[in-house]
Design a protein around this ligand. Structure first.
Ligand SMILES: [Zn+2]
Length: 235
């Protein structure tokens, strides 16, 4: 009986792992497809560079290209909602989280996706309210993904470690966790591309990574379709 239980648990965990690996692959495939798609777009428009200090590596698109990018994105509720809002306010693309918090030239990838997963430390199935992003470099600056206000800078040794919370328009909020350090201040106004801090492994982290969450009206939403809404220069 005990043998059977042990075997069942082992089987459950390993099949969960396979499932999660397949899902990770699907997310990466989607992102890669979108990246290829964006490489085809070569006409670029830079708007208000003084107002929106987005790093050179993050390219802003005109509305037509932006819609094209949205169509290339997965057909999730987040994106539909985003498209709807964008129709009412074209400046929205600066206001709600629409870039990768890590420079895409540094090839970040999502190594743990949003949703239920086997926890890397506790080995049980838990809800993951964001994505974990890693790169080969540990010295990554972490960027604000939209304009907003810093509403929290805190240290949680048993959870997020050093983390920063930014409040944006339309009920959006973003969390950047496990930072090595934060370089912003409470109530500071930030813009799309403002550096918030440096990637780290503070708090409950098994290694260097960024935990990135997007909250919409108090609910966690999957950041993965929104990582490339602003497209990177994929050189
Ligand atoms: Zn995480």
């Amino acid at each position: 009986m005990i043998k059977y239980i042990v075997f069942s648990i082992f089987f459950l965990l390993s099949s969960q792992r396979v499932l999660i690996a397949q899902e990770n692959r699907a997310v990466i495939d989607t992102l890669e497809e979108r990246l290829e798609f964006t490489e085809e777009i070569d006409t670029l428009e830079v708007e208000n560079p003084a107002i929106y200090p987005i790093p050179d590596t993050i390219i802003r698109l005109n509305n037509k290209q932006f819609y094209a990018a949205l169509r290339g994105c997965s057909n999730s509720l987040v994106v539909n909602n985003f498209t709807f809002l964008l129709n009412h306010d074209p400046s929205l693309r600066f206001k709600i989280p629409a870039i990768s918090p890590i420079n895409l030239n540094h090839n970040p990838f999502v190594n743990s996706r949003f949703g239920y997963r086997v926890h890397p430390k506790y080995k049980d199935v838990r809800f993951h309210g964001g994505v974990d992003m890693i790169t080969l470099s540990h010295e990554e600056p972490i960027y604000a993904t939209a304009q907003g206000v810093i509403t929290k800078i805190a240290y949680d040794p048993n959870g997020y470690g050093i983390y920063v919370v930014v409040d944006h328009a339309y009920g959006y909020r973003t969390i950047y966790a496990h930072l090595a350090l934060a370089v912003v201040e409470l109530n500071q106004v930030v813009y799309t591309g403002t550096i918030l801090g440096k990637m780290g492994k503070t708090g409950n982290a098994t290694g260097y990574h960024l935990h990135y969450s997007i909250i919409k009206n108090g609910h966690y939403v999957d950041p993965s379709p929104m990582l490339l809404l602003f497209l990177s220069d994929a050189k």
